[in-house]
Design a binder for this molecule. Structure first.
Ligand SMILES: [Zn+2]
Length: 425
């Protein structure tokens, strides 16, 4: 009976999707500072997508919106691209819309949630940010803090921490907490020393780089000049010019193959104004990112367009705002640090759209726009804060068999609480 009520409610919500709902989503999360005004047009009964030459490419009509939300959330990229091209400006009949929905393979929840296992049947993907498995690798990845003893007036020890280690430990603890409550958990980095390609970056560079570049050239995803340039880059530069984004896209791909109900992307922030991070900062803020903030130049390829349409028609952004709002409050309460406002960092003011939830920002990040599920991309604290760096250095706590510190455990607990609240309240 409970399941029936849930089913009826979800259908009602889906049917309630209107052009106005999409317009609201477009204004709140998607249209970065008016950048898409010439490419996306709203009428009373339809939404049209234009290309850079001003030609109409695709139109969505009011009655098609629930079906389109399902299509762009469930079709694989190839099928979705084909659908986009074939449908174009055509208006689909009720029969056509119904037959498309019938053939969609939408997974049904069957596991009963209980008081002891409130997350039974819920699939959670966890992405532990960055790659490094050692301090040396973290230096290449430029995600480390190294404060020499002399530069720290208020601390006794040299500070040496790297973000990929903190995120990895957080992900293991969070996984254990969620599994205890019945969730099925997928880690993008199940082993600390491996990238999501199942090997270290150095190994990938030596053994796979050539094959990948060759195949991208062959399928016209890489121009000849870029191919030559990339092929000649040394390992360190190649990481920044190619591998970092390529590996992020792979994270999204393996997360989407898992078909999660929710995704958490774990990062630890630094104070941007403290560059080049040779000393501590007095500041400490907490925040979270969700998808959106599309710019016209980024909407010039079919893959971005399909991500945009999925976020426009479906409820992923609204749901991401909901879980992120809970997460930011959990971070702030459990870690005792303030929630960031737009003025607290230049990237928040210049590169993001503020959602209506304090501390939650729409940002054009690869993972936020490619992952097909509600998500929270958490930046729980500033590692270079004068107190945080000392606390994060400690290895004096054991949680679920992981040796770490109180701060990491509190961050994991905050993500855990937000997932629990999101699904149970
Ligand atoms: Zn990070």
């Amino acid at each position: 009976m409970r399941f029936l009520i849930f089913l009826v409610c979800s259908i009602t919500i889906l049917n309630a999707q209107t052009i106005q709902d999409c317009k609201k989503r477009f204004d709140t999360y998607l249209n970065f500072k008016g950048s898409l005004n010439g490419l996306v047009r709203f009428d009373k009964e339809s939404i049209s997508i234009y290309n850079a030459k001003g030609q109409k490419e695709f139109t969505a009509y009011q009655k098609e919106i629930p079906m389109l939300a399902e299509v762009f959330e469930n079709y694989d990229p190839k099928a979705a691209a084909k659908f986009y091209k074939n449908k174009a400006d055509k208006k689909l009949s009720k029969q056509q819309r119904d037959s498309i929905r019938i053939y969609l393979d939408i997974p049904k929840k069957t596991k009963e949630r209980t008081e002891a296992l409130p997350l039974n049947g819920i699939k959670v993907a966890i992405d532990a940010g960055h790659l490094a498995s050692s301090f040396t690798e973290a230096m290449n990845e430029q995600k480390f803090l190294y404060f020499l003893r002399d530069s720290l007036k208020s601390t006794l020890d040299t500070v040496k921490i790297f973000e990929a280690d903190l995120t990895y430990k957080t992900s293991l603890i969070l996984k254990a907490m969620l599994e205890e409550k019945g969730a099925t958990v997928f880690l993008t980095r199940p082993t600390q020393s491996l990238s999501t390609f199942g090997c270290s970056y150095s190994y990938w560079f030596a053994n796979y780089k050539q094959k990948v570049l060759d195949s991208l050239l062959q399928i016209n995803k890489l121009e000849a000049a870029d191919y030559r340039k990339l092929n000649n880059l040394p390992e360190y530069n190649f990481f920044w010019d190619f591998f970092r984004d390529f590996e992020l896209a792979n994270r999204a791909k393996i997360i989407n193959a898992f078909k999660p109900d929710i995704t958490t992307i774990i990062h630890y922030n630094v104070d941007e104004k403290n560059v080049p991070w040779k000393k501590t900062s007095p500041n400490d803020y907490t925040m979270a990112f969700i998808g959106g903030s599309f710019t016209a130049d980024r909407l010039d390829n079919i893959e971005s367009k399909l991500n945009f349409l999925r976020l426009l028609f479906g409820e992923q952004l609204d749901k991401s705002e909901k879980i992120s709002r809970i997460a930011v409050h959990e971070f702030s309460e459990n870690l005792k640090i303030p929630i960031a406002c737009s003025d607290d960092a230049d990237y928040l003011k210049n590169n993001c759209l503020c959602s209506k939830s304090h501390g939650v920002f729409s940002r054009q990040l690869i993972l936020c726009n490619k992952i097909i599920s509600p998500l929270v991309y958490g930046e729980s604290l500033y590692q270079d804060n004068v107190d945080e760096c000392k606390w994060l250095m400690k290895n004096n706590t054991i949680s679920y068999g992981i040796k770490t510190n109180e701060r990491v455990v509190k961050v994991a607990k905050s993500y855990y609480n937000s997932i629990l609240m999101y699904f149970t309240k």
